[in-house]
Design a protein around this ligand. Structure first.
Ligand code: NAD
Ligand code: MG
Length: 371
């Protein structure tokens, strides 16, 4: 195994290590052993990831003397549902898991969110470990302890804050990820630079292409910087009382765009985030908060790597500003009837506000729709 990076998310007695490197799945048994209460795990994964990485993981668990079973679910967002949760819980209870048994989530954010939530509630809470295999899950969903499922009323409406015991981000697992999924995760990487780290954004402007094209060393650096940024915010504000809301940069717009396109193949979450982040900069520039040239830099960078940066970049959708705004009004982030946005004073200078005039949102959207 090549050297890996390690960082700690500090949350008192719920602190945990995030390991980032190549070949971690092959060595997972030895790496996770110290974090297990008993040498027994249940691996939850999906049918795309299972043939690629489950045999390797099982072999390393066996070699480390850890007994294991697995649950393989359908791939896709529809798996984050009550019926799949019930299936997982039934399978766990059928196997007579004990309170010392740990779950391992092997897969993207769908598997991580569902498995984490199952771990939070089965037997009133058992440990779980994240082994994220998408760029999005390595830089975002596996870290920070938000777990949950969707309902027909919307995404992530049932869930809990429940931290993993460890995160293993194996950079080599990204080799098999379709490039569209890599780009979707990259949209969130860029977000960290834009929140509070201009030098990281500068670095991404120079290295984004190579990161998206598969350079392992640069990918490891980008995942490390992203996890470090997220861990720092989560350890200050685990339950999104204040600063954690900064991580929602681009998400008020992004979620509305996803709702309009039905959370499907038309627009992946990360693609919606790229457009949403750009719109947040556009809105900030239009209201005089942020230099116009900064908003242009963001738009150009997303477009340069091949991500959409305006609704107009997503073809085949008849975008209407009013429809997008009505989705925003149904978002979880509505507080006392006011929309919360993350706006910015420039690259790396994001802040949270609910002081936004709907007219300005509407004008910004209308301009970006015809962009
Ligand atoms: P995903 O889990 O659906 O994975 C995307 C696709 O890639 C799936 O088809 C999957 O089977 C496949 N895949 C996974 N790893 C692969 C690999 N190494 N090689 C080839 N294919 C692979 O989607 P995602 O983008 O990882 O996660 C999206 C989910 O994460 C959403 O449900 C979102 O709500 C959630 N999320 C949660 C948080 C959080 O804080 N908990 C943050 C962001 C997103
Ligand atoms: Mg996101």
């Amino acid at each position: 195994m090549t050297p890996y990076d390690s960082l700690k998310l500090e949350l008192g007695d719920r602190s945990y290590n995030i390991l980032i490197g190549s070949g971690l799945i092959k060595n997972a048994g030895d790496l996770i052993s110290p974090a297990l209460k008993q040498p027994r795990v249940v691996v939850v994964t999906d049918e795309n990831v299972a043939p690629l990485y489950l045999p390797m993981l099982k072999q390393s668990l066996s070699a480390a003397g850890i007994s294991h079973t697995d649950i393989v679910l359908q791939a896709g967002e529809q798996t984050k549902s009550l019926s799949h949760l019930e299936h997982v819980i039934d399978a766990l209870l059928d196997q007579k898991i004990e309170r010392g048994t740990s779950l391992i989530a092997l897969g993207g954010g769908v598997i991580g969110d569902l498995t984490g939530f199952a771990a939070a509630i089965v037997l009133r809470g058992i440990d779980f470990i994240q082994i994220p295999t998408t760029l999005l899950s390595q830089v975002d969903s596996s870290v920070g302890g938000k777990t949950g499922i969707n309902t027909r009323f919307g995404k992530n409406l049932i869930g809990s804050f429940y931290q993993p015991r460890m995160v293993l981000a194996d950079i080599t697992s990204l080799d098999s990820l379709p490039s569209r999924e890599v780009l979707a995760g990259y949209a969130e990487v860029v977000k960290y630079g834009l929140i509070n780290d201009e030098s990281f954004f500068d670095w991404l402007e120079n290295n984004g292409h190579a990161i998206c094209d598969g350079d392992l060393v640069l990918r490891q650096s980008a995942v490390l910087a992203s996890c470090r940024a997220k861990a720092a915010i989560v350890s200050k504000d685990e339950r999104e009382g204040d600063v954690r809301a900064l991580l929602n940069l681009g998400h008020t717009f992004g979620h509305a765009l996803e709702a309009e396109t039905g959370y499907g193949e038309t627009l992946l979450h990360g693609e919606a985030v790229a457009v949403g982040v750009t719109l947040a900069h556009d809105l900030s520039a239009a209201t005089g908060l942020c230099p116009l040239k900064d908003a242009h830099r963001v738009k150009e960078h997303y477009r340069a790597v091949g991500l959409p940066a305006a609704p107009a970049d997503i073809i085949g959708v008849d975008w209407q500003a009013e429809a997008i705004i009505s989705h925003m009004n149904r978002d979880k982030k509505v507080k006392d009837g006011r929309l919360t946005f993350v706006l910015t004073r420039g690259i790396g200078k994001a802040f949270v506000t609910s002081d936004v005039a709907l007219e300005d949102v509407s004008t910004t959207l209308a301009a970006a729709i015809s962009d």
